[in-house]
Design a protein. Sequence first.
Length: 219
Amino acid sequence: MPSGNRTGAVYEDYPIDAFHVVSRERNENLPNAKPFVYQKLTKRSVNMFFNGWVVFPNLMGSIALIIALHVYAREVPLNYVLLAAFTAVQALTMGCVVTLFEAKVVLEAAVITGIVVASLFAYTLQNKHDFSVGYGCMGSLLMVLLWAGIFQIFFMSPAMNFVINVFGAGLFCVLLVIDLDQIMYKFSPEDYICACVALYLDVLNLFIRILQIVAEANK
């Protein structure tokens, strides 16, 4: 669990190790997503069943796995099995998501996300401020984002959708910085799995927001 100690050499390499795990999982997901992007037949078939047969079960599975990962975060090797299952579910979900966009848009969004994440990672490593004080505010802003997304389902406004995505991208950038700060100064090495899941979700959500922004810009 978080230790509250912001000093000590034991944590210097810890965020980098956690970041490497997230990067490896992202690289493992990319080959799974390629067939969905480049094969038109697969693309049409997946889109046909996208709403009900894939996304909803994956959403429920993701929530269950996230809960299990936090409960069994220190139970080796169960925590690694759960992390692998979570990665597989997210890979399938992302494979379905990218079918809604052109390959060029997906590539642009991936490159932009990589640059943004690397920049935020470098900034957080060099900065000595305690970003954890922003957690309460982030919770409130996430609720605003959630309700805005629900309203957007009914109103379907392109302008509102763009604003929501820009707001969401900025929000997850801040959350990524806060989580990196938590990993460096608050988490213990035993919280490796929870740290990986937190970073993984931040990057995935940021990518999805940037993907939609790029898609709007390319119209």
